[in-house]
Design a protein around this ligand. Structure first.
Ligand SMILES: *Cc1c(COP(=O)(O)O)cnc(C)c1O
Length: 428
């Protein structure tokens, strides 16, 4: 089984650090070689040996319409013969900017970049430039890409590999980032009491999805909005995952709380490399060439990427899609919870809309500390069994499960049934 993936992985390790171009893919924490994927359609992936899997990674979030959605492929195919990159303004960039501004309520102007990392890094620079302050406040277990200032107590692969920070980031730079527990307003108030005049911005995942999924407590996001306003700091929502996943207006539309700057990525590229940051007009106008805060990109606003992203956004304007995704999410996550209980497994399942995750613990998971109490060995066993049954989960207890519109009730019910057998097996 997976022979071809094994062979490819051995080769890959000779030429690529760890055999992968992004660390979590290697599957270190589940002790299993990664599958090499050959193609994907709808909710399915096929590996190099032609084995089919139900995909709950969805490329880590972007594929909300399912893989190879006809409208997205068509948009790419139509653009392709016209050329792949011009490094000059194009009409489709204007269309893309307008679409984002229409959908995401707090965004009045937007700049396209090529990844979520770039979006968050640029948003931080903008906040520092705009406020003339240096300190950035983030939350433990939140991941905002791998820029130096943001790789402090981070989630995602950093959490998976148990890395506290990263060599190569000077202490002087890390020292400008304060990391606090998620969902804790008291800690935040203390930090502002001490450093209030030097804090440029709070950056937060409005629903945390890189330490598993953790929902904001009632009042947490409002608290962030109030305290930043009172102290002349900016509020940055990193909606690289939640943007256009929770609602057509992202988490800010869902909770009706408006940040000053928003980071987008993943879904807005329709599976191509795209990121964006946007926000209040008076802030965005500080970016070069209108202002003097510098940020640039050779391939930013790439026409093929814009075509894929725009085709995706057009379909997501229909809020009916979100009703379907939410129904699917409820069916899957309540079904998984019931299956775990029936099998005698202690589990916490945090979920919202089409986003959720399993924690093998009996206690509520509200921050990084409680997330880390989840039983890693049980997760590993569960992951392996599920993969054997043709269900592809993220190979880490700190990553979310994503649904797409292609995950229909039949697929979801088959997943729950498989999970019940896996829960029962690992209980033994
Ligand atoms: C994935 C992610 C990023 C980084 O995006 P990349 O495209 O991988 O650089 C940033 N923030 C959040 C919340 C993410 O989930």
């Amino acid at each position: 089984m997976d022979e071809r993936s094994k062979i490819l992985f051995e080769q890959a390790k000779k030429f690529i650090p760890g055999g992968v171009n992004s660390p979590v893919r290697a599957g270190k924490s589940v002790g299993m070689e990664p599958l090499f994927i050959n193609r994907a359609e709808g909710c399915y992936l096929w590996d190099e040996e032609g084995r089919r899997y139900i995909d709950y990674v969805c490329s880590w979030g972007p594929m909300i319409l399912g893989h190879s959605h006809p409208a997205v492929l068509k948009a790419i195919q139509e653009k392709l013969p016209l050329g792949t990159s011009f490094g000059a303004p194009t009409a489709i960039e204007v269309e893309m900017a307008e679409a984002i501004i229409q959908m995401v309520p707090s965004i009045e102007m937007v700049r396209m970049v090529n990844s979520g990392t770039e979006a968050a890094m640029s948003a931080v620079r903008l906040a520092r430039g705009y406020t003339g302050r240096n300190i950035i406040l983030k939350f433990e277990g939140c991941y905002h890409g791998h820029a130096d200032s943001l790789l402090v107590e981070a989630g995602s692969g950093v959490a998976t590999l148990g890395i506290p920070g990263s060599p190569g980031i000077p202490a002087e730079i890390a020292g400008l980032t304060i990391s606090l527990p998620y969902n804790n307003i008291d800690n935040l108030k203390d930090a502002f009491k001490r450093y209030g005049n030097d804090i440029a911005a709070i950056i937060v995942e409005p629903v945390a999805a890189n330490m598993g999924v953790i929902l904001p407590d009632a009042g947490f996001l409002t608290g962030l909005r109030n305290i930043t306003k009172e102290n002349g700091a900016l509020l940055i929502f990193d909606e690289v995952i939640t943007g256009l996943r929770l609602s057509p207006g992202g988490a800010q539309g869902y909770y009706n709380i408006m940040p000053d700057i928003t980071c987008l990525g993943k879904i807005i590229g329709g599976g191509l490399p795209v990121g964006a940051y946007g926000g209040r007009r008076d802030i965005m106008q500080k970016i070069a060439p209108e202002g003097n805060i510098y940020q640039a990109g050779t391939l930013s606003g790439n026409p093929i990427a814009m075509a894929a992203g725009l085709a995706t956004l057009k379909l997501l304007k229909d809020s009916g899609i979100y009703k379907g995704l939410e129904a699917g999410g409820n069916r899957l996550f309540t079904g998984l919870k019931d299956a775990a209980i029936k099998a005698g497994i202690n589990i916490v399942i945090n979920h919202i809309g089409s986003l959720g995750s399993l924690f093998f613990t009996g206690e509520p998971v509200i921050d990084f500390r409680s997330a880390k109490k989840s039983d890693a060995a049980l997760f590993r066993a569960f992951y392996r069994k599920m993969r054997e049954k043709g269900i592809y989960l993220a190979p880490s207890p700190f990553e979310a499960m994503f649904l797409s519109i292609a995950h229909d009730n039949d697929v979801i019910d088959r997943t729950i049934d498989a999970a019940y057998h896996c829960f029962s097996d690992i209980k033994k």
